[in-house]
Design a protein around this ligand. Sequence first.
Ligand code: NDP
Length: 323
Amino acid sequence: MRAIRVERLGPPDVMQLQDTPVPSPAAGEVRVRVEAVGINFADALAVAGEYLTRTRVPYTPGMEFAGIVDALGDGVSGVQVGQRVAALGGSGAMAEYATVPAAGLIPVPQTLSGAQAAAFPVSYFTAYHGLKTLGRGEAGEWVLVQAAAGALGTASIQLAKALGMNVIALASTDEKLEIARTLGADVTILQDDPDRVKKVRDAAGGRGVPLILEVVGGKRFQESLDMAASRGRIIVIGNASREQANLRPVELMKRNLTVTGLWLTSLMSDAPATAEAARVLADLVGSGQVVPQVGPTYALDQSVQAFEDLLNRRTTGKVIIEP
Ligand code: NDP
């Protein structure tokens, strides 16, 4: 089969398309004919060797995907060959076939296309945990969504609106802000607007924003502190700027701010939190209130281009690769 292989870490062009054996499912695993792979910022960081965990090479990237179950390993029950599934694993999805523990399968409404199903797990579970599990957001509260037209951003806007929250969206271009408005953002502000801190605080009633989903990091993290309301909760989800941020704890004390880190990978092992997120998301996706946003779609041999477009802020919604 055709698969992307990474033999040394570096920029996207270290990825190579190779012929590799079709994997066999081990006990407890299923093999999936991959229809669509959701490409995350984390995939690009992993290939670069800059992710939260060490990347071991050689390997096939791709943590989130959807496809049709093609073979079952010993001991697997409750999954049928021919069923469409989405999955969240560590790696291995940028290929025509991938194996994954049956326990790592994510139930998705069968109404979703392969690409929509691949756009679902990472962004929507992360958005839910940011808004609710850790963010404790309530209906009627204001939430600030950065990189609002991206995969996580579009998921966060839709979910926040479906949960009754008010959304302030930040993004780098007018076209991206238009996408945020289409998804229901109440207020949109250019990320580089010279008055952005004041505009954000004013939009949230002049007192600042009670809940911020922080994905840019670096010097923007300081701005998030300035945009936050007294007792505000800042959920640190990403560091797209790849810059260091300064945090002076005394600033948190002065305004009773809370800064909480969120990493989906570790939260997935929290069974009650995952079950609650899955229940709410299944309802919202099943009823059509939340529609996974499929972004640009690439073939496997365009993977380098896909990663470069994502890293260089040229994409909106979830970047998809169809093997
Ligand atoms: P996106 O589709 O949102 O793409 C990244 C976006 O970040 C860009 O489009 C850009 O939007 C914005 N950005 C801001 N500053 C920069 C910069 N200096 N360089 C590049 N991009 C920048 O990606 P994802 O949805 O995959 O991820 C969004 C963020 O959330 C990432 O930081 C990612 O690591 C994180 N994340 C973390 C998870 C976790 O478990 N902690 C899970 C999922 C995502 P704009 O042009 O509008 O500024």
